[in-house]
Design a protein around this ligand. Structure first.
Ligand code: PAZ
Length: 385
């Protein structure tokens, strides 16, 4: 990989203006200060130990429709990619700062939460009123528990939550800026599914959006509307015009400014930045990944398709041929040589069940290898300068 030369200049004026405007207009999450203190201590601790550190973002961001939020639009993501990747990064010796959507999957506990089985199904009554793991689950659980305890006891994992798109962007900017002193040893692995659209605060209702005219009716007693007025006033999806029921809700969303440029040029100019690109149309995936790399000048885009994301991803990085990483279709890693096809698999050709092996077990070593090359190149450049 040929790393892009980090620019010494601040982001272009336009990007800087958009940043100021967005961050002034959209209030930070209430725990931002507390999170930044935790992140600062964590980053300093690992920086002193000379350890590599990765920021993993995970889960989807919400787009609130009201300031006192009852309703919101959500982005697809369970947090599987992020939580699983975090475990493999820890295994590879990285300290992990895990910025995730609140209540999405977490490293280690993901094996027992959000599953079709309730976590209680993994337990049974033991002797003298104790609770123990079921015999058939005990081996795996002990393994997971040991890894979790080790990460926790050695302070290798810091977990911070976000909910909305603006929470996420405030947290990302703050953490990326704190990671600056790590230089090229810092890795940003952006797997969160981030909304491209939002409701700007000046257009956001303070209170719950009403679906009927009951509040207006409360303020002025209406005379009985004529049939035509009724049609205009009420949108009866159930085609019973005699029952005034619902108003149509038209949601007008603005595009979220693209802050990847600000991240690359200003917030974390020396760190290695890996973004994900999710698409549903196989024909455009690689093109969109290349477009993103070209536009933001970062270091690696990992492309994946919604339907095949657990089976294959494509690495698109500057100066390298596109590289597909796949779980062999038997589902296990050792049952076939990785297929050498350099275009997306046909989703219909894949087995219905999820693969037994986790594709992150292949993604993370490949990312870590690129990170090693990146660090070496950056060190070389510093010596030359
Ligand atoms: O969380 P999950 O495992 O269900 O999904 C992961 C993913 C598809 C959200 C992630 O791999 C990804 O592509 N994130 C970036 C999405 C985007 O293009 O914004």
């Amino acid at each position: 990989m040929i790393p892009h030369t980090p620019s010494e200049s601040p982001p272009s004026n336009l990007a800087a203006l958009a940043e100021d405007h967005y961050f002034n207009a959209n209030p930070p999450p209430k725990d931002l200060q507390k999170h930044m203190e935790l992140a600062k201590d964590f980053i300093e601790f690992h920086s002193k130990a000379g350890r590599r550190l990765v920021l993993v973002t995970s889960g989807g961001t919400t787009v609130p429709l009201e300031k006192q939020t009852v309703r919101f639009i959500d982005n697809f993501s369970a947090g599987t990619r992020g939580a699983t990747s975090a475990e493999y990064f820890l295994e590879a010796g990285y300290a992990v700062l895990f910025l995730h959507r609140q209540f999405s999957l977490l490293p280690y506990s993901r094996h027992y939460s959000h599953a079709t089985d309730c976590f209680l199904d993994f337990l049974r009554e033991g002797p003298n009123g104790s609770v123990v793991a079921r015999d058939e689950d005990a081996g795996k659980m002990l393994n997971v528990l040991r890894k979790y305890r080790e990460a926790r006891d050695k302070n290798m994992l810091l977990v911070l939550p976000f909910v909305s798109i603006s929470d996420y962007l405030h947290e990302l900017r703050g953490i990326a800026q704190l990671m600056k002193p790590l230089g090229p040893e810092g890795l940003l692995y952006l797997a969160a599914a981030v909304s491209d659209f939002f409701v700007p605060p000046e257009r956001m209702s303070e209170h719950k959006i009403q679906s009927t005219d009951a509040v207006e009716a409360f303020n002025k007693k209406p005379s009985k509307p004529s049939a035509s007025e009724e049609e205009e006033t009420f949108d009866n999806f159930d085609s019973s015009p005699s029952v005034p029921r619902s108003k149509r809700l038209v949601v007008d969303l603005d595009p979220v400014p693209k802050f990847l440029k600000n991240l690359v040029e200003g917030w974390s100019p020396e760190g290695m930045i890996v973004s994900f690109k999710l698409e549903t149309d196989p024909k455009i995936l690689v093109h969109k990944a290349k477009y993103s790399l070209d536009r933001y000048q970062h270091h690696l885009v990992i492309g994946n398709l919604l339907s095949t994301r657990k089976w294959e991803v494509v690495f698109v990085s500057p100066g390298n041929p596109d590289k597909w990483i796949r779980i062999p279709q038997g589902g296990k890693l050792d049952d076939a040589k990785e297929a050498e096809k350099d275009e997306p698999l046909d989703p219909k050709s894949l087995p219905e069940q999820e693969p037994e092996a986790e594709i992150e077990s292949l993604i993370i070593p490949a990312v870590a290898e690129l990170h090693t090359k990146y660090i070496k190149t950056m060190e070389g450049k510093k010596l030359e300068a």
